[in-house]
Design a protein around this ligand. Structure first.
Ligand code: NAD
Length: 323
């Protein structure tokens, strides 16, 4: 069994390295060659009040079988100076069931989530997109921003966050890439951005349908639980909606609210894998609003974990243990 510790992952896998595995697994899911298993999520209660769960899946096309185990320990940072999000990926040989790898999953989660919105921009944003709008400035936002900048010739980054004191971290990322950053109102963000990424913990709509102009691509990445919401449901009624996995989009994703309000039907939502496979045309005009509802699936974690194992082996940094 190969072990890739958490500390080795950022040095082995760049954000770009995550793009192809995530794109390929989205394509395999849409072909029916890969499936995510039902997610388990349990509240552990006091004293740590942690949420613990499993996200597993099997990708026949990529011969990847495994599970990400972990969750959220809200008191970690304050009590132990340890990151609140904790996860580990386990891979198994689909032919024998033997464990093949154990990989730190914290950085990989950030990378696979950044890759998802980047892949959506690659396939759905207008080719001439110039202004990138960010809603959210937490841990994940910097990863989403860095990955997005690789996909189009962006000339400017604008951002809004409920807690504006967090925006300088996005300004740093933009400026490191040689781009100006401006803190804006939501009206300005909607009026200027060609691509918008939302990555917040919001439980109420932030951006309204009226604020978004024709031709915009949105990657809504924060909503991954029942009750969360980042954009007005009416926006999904105006947009062509894509997702990683339709079953999650309608239950825990941004689309849950538009479905409940009867503004869209399940059949209106297209897996982005269909666009990657060429069985859906994706964006069809410069005026179309496209919206990617990125809910986060276990197969993304397994895909980037399998890639980091390959990179560790190639670099001679794979730790081998017998179990
Ligand atoms: P974080 O705690 O570091 O940042 C939270 C962000 O949300 C900050 O910008 C904060 O200002 C903002 N925020 C907090 N409460 C808000 C509210 N009530 N209204 C509007 N904004 C609010 O978290 P993070 O690690 O950056 O993750 C952000 C979100 O993305 C979380 O909700 C997380 O569950 C989700 N997430 C989704 C995926 C996926 O695959 N789709 C993967 C990782 C994280």
């Amino acid at each position: 069994m190969i072990v890739v510790p958490e500390s080795a992952c950022p040095g082995l896998l760049s954000l770009e390295d995550a793009f192809a595995p995530v794109e390929q697994v989205f394509a395999a899911m849409a072909r029916g060659d890969a499936e995510n298993f039902p997610v388990v999520r349990e509240a552990l209660g006091a004293p740590e009040d942690a949420l613990y769960g499993f996200k597993g899946g099997y990708d026949r096309a990529g011969a990847t079988l495994g599970v990400k185990a972990g969750g959220y320990w809200p008191h970690n940072l304050a009590r132990r100076n340890v990151t609140n999000h904790q996860s580990t990926v386990f891979l198994f040989d689909p032919a024998t069931g033997r464990p093949t790898a154990m990989i730190g999953g914290n950085y990989l989660t950030a990378a696979r989530t950044a890759a998802a919105s980047a892949v959506s921009i690659k396939h759905l944003a207008r080719a001439d997109a110039k202004v990138l709008g960010m809603i959210g400035a937490g841990h994940q936002a910097a990863f989403q921003l860095r990955a997005a900048l690789r996909q189009r010739g962006f000339e400017k980054v604008i951002g809004w966050n409920l807690h504006p004191e967090m925006l300088p971290r996005l300004a740093e990322v933009a400026e490191a890439a040689g781009l100006p950053f401006e803190s804006v109102t939501l009206d300005q963000l909607g009026a200027e951005a060609d691509v918008i990424i939302s990555i917040t913990s919001s439980f109420a709509p932030i951006l309204t349908a009226a604020q978004v102009r024709p031709g915009t691509h949105l990657a809504c990445m924060g909503t991954d639980t029942k009750g969360k919401q980042e954009v007005e449901a009416a926006l999904l009624g105006r947009a062509t909606v894509f997702t990683d996995e339709v079953a999650q989009s309608i239950t825990i994703g941004e689309a849950q609210h538009a479905i409940a309000a009867g503004l869209i039907a399940e059949a209106d939502i297209t897996p982005i894998g269909a666009v990657i496979n060429g069985t859906h045309r994706g964006r069809t005009s410069a005026d179309e609003i496209t919206l990617f509802d990125g809910t986060g699936v276990g197969l993304q974690d397994l895909a980037v974990a399998a890639r980091v194992v390959e990179l560790a082996q190639a670099a001679g940094k794979a730790m081998q243990i017998d179990i």
